[in-house]
Design a protein around this ligand. Structure first.
Ligand SMILES: [Zn+2]
Length: 464
């Protein structure tokens, strides 16, 4: 509590200095004003940011190894909320949450709506509280500037309304499908920022740190340190989601100058940070099985063969049977079945399914029944490719039947979260509820071991 008082006092003093002499603002170079930022064009509402963020946060908490260290979560929340108090949310109210992830890779991410996840690796590598505050101020700035759904809006526009985003929000081509193909529902679209978004987040974070009484240079120092430490090695995961803009450090320094220079007595460290850092360093290490080497980390391990006993599953428009040693993930709109070890995290810490079946129903965009199967299948594949740049069609769609209904069978390849390539066999059928899809996934080298199980599952499908 005591620490807040000098901050507040400092903030008031700066305000007084700036506002008491407005004439100075006009004099070029005397006191430049802080950079004004505002969210870009967005086709979604703040409420939709919150709902898609929450939906993905629930998945993240299920799929990521969490620290389960209440004191660390409480510390992150306290620090996060201290920063949020100085964040311009442009009038929006977000339900902020801060979680510690038991992953030693140096990363952090924030879902739209204010769901922030900080890897233990980022805490362990930070030299002081100001550096950790820097990473967190950067993340919450992406939320306030709504960069995730801004990007999704642009993707939707360039895709000509192919419905990838509609799917995300409408529960159609939603979570499970994107997730099993390498990212959380939104991961590919919502968490890979552009360089200009990075610059904006850096500038906003600089302002937040300054106004919260931290040394704003600490954020740039942290990024420089990450770059220096990773010379000649794999760059830290942080940079795959947050690509370094040119002149990052210079731009931060420029903003500090605009704000009036590094604040005197800026806070760098705290006892609480040291305690939280000690605690995460003592957490058990969650082993990452990485068959494809360090670049493809994850918690995938080769699962047991599919059982030849099957259990029935009742979806709203059909029934099917899956091997009884596969577990169900998600709900009706966002469903997958996978063996133990078949689901893990991809290299960015996003949930990913390497072995198993994903299924769902995607609403039809335009209602021409005669061409609906072809066009909806095409839209589904394009939407997937949008968020999985390495995904390729390896066998063009061929006509088959599923429980007597006309269907399409399409084969794709993609990066497997287990390392190497995976095969995705997609069967699509048009039903009254929309395009029903079944995605059968396994590493390419092991796909033949799953062929029979996938065939049995598809043969068991009975439409109502
Ligand atoms: Zn970023």
């Amino acid at each position: 509590m005591f620490r807040r008082i000098p901050n507040r006092a400092m903030f008031m003093l700066r305000m007084a200095a700036c506002c008491a002499s407005p004439a100075l603002l006009a004099a070029p170079g005397a006191f430049a004003q802080r950079t004004q930022l505002k969210p870009g064009w967005n086709m979604f509402s703040v409420q939709q940011d919150i709902s898609v963020g929450k939906q993905n946060a629930v998945q993240a908490q299920r799929l990521l190894p969490l620290c389960n260290a209440p004191k660390v979560d409480a510390y992150l929340t306290e620090l996060g909320m201290k920063l949020v108090a100085h964040l311009d949310t442009h009038g929006a109210q977000y339900p902020w949450e801060f979680h510690c992830v038991n992953d030693r890779s140096i990363n952090a991410f924030a879902l739209p709506g204010g769901y922030v996840f900080v890897n233990r690796g980022a805490i362990e590598v930070a030299d002081n509280e100001a550096q950790l505050a820097g990473v967190m101020a950067h993340e919450i700035s992406h939320v306030a500037l709504r960069h995730g759904t801004n990007q999704a809006s642009k993707a939707e526009l360039t895709q000509g309304g192919l419905g990838i985003v509609g799917g995300l929000f409408g529960g159609g081509v939603s979570g499970a499908l994107m997730q099993q193909l390498g990212a959380f529902a939104a991961g590919g679209v919502l968490l890979r920022y552009s360089r200009s978004a990075e610059t904006q987040a850096d500038i906003s974070a600089t302002q937040v740190l300054y106004d919260s009484g931290y040394d704003p240079r600490a954020m740039a120092q942290f990024f420089e340190k990450l770059e220096a430490d990773s010379k000649g090695k794999n760059p830290p995961e942080f940079f795959s989601d947050h690509p370094s803009p040119d002149h990052r450090v210079e731009r931060v320094d420029q903003e500090i100058e605009k704000l009036g220079g590094t604040p005197p007595n800026a806070r760098r460290d705290s006892q609480e940070f040291e305690a939280a850092k000690r605690e995460v360093m003592n957490l058990p290490i969650v082993k990452k099985a990485a068959p494809g080497g360090a670049a493809t980390g994850g918690t995938i391990s080769k699962p047991q063969a599919p059982s030849s006993n099957y259990s029935a599953y009742q979806a709203s428009g059909y029934t099917l049977k899956v091997p009884d040693n596969w577990k169900k993930y998600g709900d009706e709109n966002n469903l997958a079945f996978a063996p133990d070890g078949g689901v893990g995290n991809d290299s960015s810490g996003h949930g990913a399914l390497a072995y198993g079946l994903t299924l769902g129903t995607s609403p039809l965009q335009n209602g021409d029944a005669a061409t609906a199967l072809d066009s909806a299948t095409q839209q589904l594949v394009s939407g997937l490719q949008q968020s999985n740049p390495n995904m390729k069609v390896t066998r063009q769609s061929a006509r088959v039947r599923l429980n007597g209904q006309p269907a399409l069978s399409t084969y794709l390849s993609n990066d497997s979260p287990a390392g190497g390539e995976e095969t995705d066999w997609i069967i699509t059928v048009v039903r009254p509820a929309g395009l029903v899809y079944f995605v059968c996934t396994a590493p390419a080298a092991e796909f033949h071991e799953y062929n029979k199980a996938f065939g049995d599952i598809l043969d068991s499908v009975r439409f109502k």
